[in-house]
Design a protein around this ligand. Structure first.
Ligand code: AMP
Length: 218
């Protein structure tokens, strides 16, 4: 039985990186509203263009739109567990997710909270590069990629995200504090919450996540 997992944390906390590692290791399907919305924007759809106006200013897209994306994704791919990277980001989204899962006779297994300092966030965001095609995330300083700004997985272009600008980051952090941090007490009530120190390197964080998932899947 594959786990149902949400990865939570501030921008730059490593959600995307860990989601990718989980999907490779455990073959659990992963999705992220941020990636879906960037793809929609690149395709020039009305949804993508409208969401981009909000995202590039550091705001959160409406709960209604995000929940619809997740519900559609679950209908297509969510039969065997999932990892959500960056969903939920508000208490309303978390409540809606519980309702959707309940309708399917399922429940969330793990809410993993990647705790990072503001210094870590600022350092990581300042050097973040992302593949425009597949969403793979790396950093300007990562050896091997610095002189080759193409994705090692799909050869897509590695670019800076338009919401990784320092002034936009400030708004994203404020949104995180006011709208996403209340999820800590929401998931604490359910006993689903696990906090992990996300300031460490990706392998140290992933070792803890492996232990959590293996424990659940026993
Ligand atoms: P991310 O790639 O997860 O950093 O998301 C990029 C942007 O997409 C965010 O800054 C929001 O504008 C939007 N977004 C992604 N996930 C959500 C969500 N769960 N709720 C609202 N907006 C979201």
């Amino acid at each position: 039985m594959k786990s149902r997992i949400v990865l939570l944390g501030a921008p730059g906390s490593g959600k995307g990186t860990q989601a990718e590692m989980i999907t490779r290791h455990f073959a659990i399907s992963v999705t992220s509203p941020g990636t879906i919305l960037r793809r929609e924007r690149d395709l020039g759809t009305p949804l993508g263009l409208e969401a981009d106006e909000t995202s590039k200013q550091g705001g959160l897209v409406s709960d209604e739109i995000i929940v619809r994306l997740i519900e559609d994704w679950l209908n297509l791919h969510g039969q065997e567990g999932f990892v959500f990277d960056g969903f939920p980001r508000t208490v309303t989204q978390a409540q809606r997710l519980n309702e959707i899962l309940e309708k399917r006779g399922a429940a969330l297994d793990l809410a993993i909270w990647l705790e990072v300092s503001e210094e870590t966030v600022r350092d990581r965001i300042a050097s973040r590069l992302q593949c425009r095609r597949c969403g793979f995330t790396t950093s300007l300083t990562s050896a091997g990629f610095a002189e080759r700004p193409v994705c090692p997985y799909c050869d897509g272009p590695l670019i800076r995200r338009n919401d990784d600008d320092a002034s936009v980051l400030q708004t994203r952090l404020e949104e995180f504090k006011s709208k996403t941090e209340p999820l800590l007490s929401f998931y604490e009530k359910d006993d689903a919450l696990h906090r992990i120190d996300g300031n460490r390197d990706r392998d140290a964080v992933f070792a803890e996540i492996i232990a959590l998932i293996e424990d659940r899947e026993k």
